[in-house]
Design a protein around this ligand. Structure first.
Ligand code: CP
Length: 311
């Protein structure tokens, strides 16, 4: 695999291979074995034009635990703040001889565009409102582990509600694509103002009424209200949003046995998710975080191991 740009590009065999290898990477993460030598001599650059805590730090740890060298470049503090373009920034890093560039950028499609400019492998760490493929992979990995721990089978036939600000979300797009490839069904839950245009053509059901689906889901995946991408008018008030779409203690109590609560983070506690839900035994939010390192190790391994052709 040369790049990871979109879940749409992945075959079922590639998805299974990434998730199976991620399971083995948990041993490294849990320190049952020492650092693996798999990517010794390789260099991974984390190039982030937007802020991140989870994705950037987990890619850095993933690279280091596979013995690769990892370099972090943020727009803030780089020559981007002097006006250097995205293309010149990428060409500059590529000319240094790096093997992979993990990139987050506000432009939808920007990482795929970058893949046409550089010799390095490109990994999409979130491109605008388009996709966040490693988030969907780690979400699937965390769901599978939750199901296995509770003897609930596999994702095939399970029902996942993705709830909240879907309009500005790249996580929802990657998750709908991946969950369908893994045989799960998806119901999108959002007010009409936060439902993405064209979502009716996605392979997912949709509703504006969260209460209607609570009894029927195996996973409540709550998404962050992205206030930084809103200019106003998306919901009447925070109080009304919580009443209709928040995972409140009342809604948490209605979830059926075995159903779990997810959130990709960062969370707006008290808005899309109550603290009671975020910290409840049903919550696998921190499992998502630890799955993130294992899945990103697996992704780096799939992109870089055995391919010495980049530089
Ligand atoms: N879920 C996620 O992408 O988090 P960060 O923005 O902290 O990377």
């Amino acid at each position: 695999m040369k790049h990871l740009l979109s879940i749409a590009d992945l075959s079922r065999a590639e998805i299974d291979s990434i998730l199976t290898t991620a399971e083995e990477m948990h041993d490294v993460q849990n320190r049952q074995v020492k650092k693996l030598p798999a990517l010794r001599g390789r260099t991974v650059v984390n190039l982030f034009f937007e802020d991140s805590t989870r994705t950037r730090s987990s890619f850095e740890l993933a690279a280091k635990w596979l013995s690769a060298d990892a370099v972090n470049v943020s727009a803030k503090g780089s020559s981007v703040s002097k006006g250097e373009s995205m293309r010149d920034t990428l060409m500059t890093l590529d000319a240094m001889g790096v093997d992979a560039i993990v990139m987050r950028h506000a432009g939808s499609g920007s990482v795929a565009q970058a893949a046409g400019w550089v010799r390095a492998s490109m990994i999409n760490a979130g491109d605008g409102m388009h996709e966040h493929p490693t988030q969907a992979l780690l979400d699937a990995h965390a769901m599978r582990r939750h199901l296995a721990r509770n003897d609930l089978g596999d994702l095939e036939g399970k029902r996942v509600a993705i709830v909240g600000d879907l309009l500005h979300s790249r996580v929802v797009r990657s998750n709908v694509l991946l969950l369908n490839k893994l045989g799960a069904s998806v119901v999108l839950v959002a007010p009409p103002t936060l439902m993405p245009p064209g979502a009716e053509a996605w392979d997912a059901d949709s509703t504006a009424v969260f209460d209607d689906v609570l009894d029927d889901i195996d996973v409540a995946m709550m998404l962050r209200v992205q206030r930084e991408r809103m200019s106003g008018g998306f919901f009447p008030s925070e109080r009304e949003y919580v009443d209709a779409y928040g995972l409140t203690p009342r809604r948490l109590a209605r979830l059926r046995d075995g159903a779990c609560v997810m959130h990709p983070g960062p969370m707006n506690r008290g808005l899309e998710i109550s603290s009671l839900a975020a910290d409840s035994p049903r919550s696998i939010v921190l499992d998502q975080v630890s799955s993130g390192v294992a899945v990103r190790m697996s992704v780096l391994y799939h992109v870089l191991a055995g391919d010495s052709s980049t530089h």
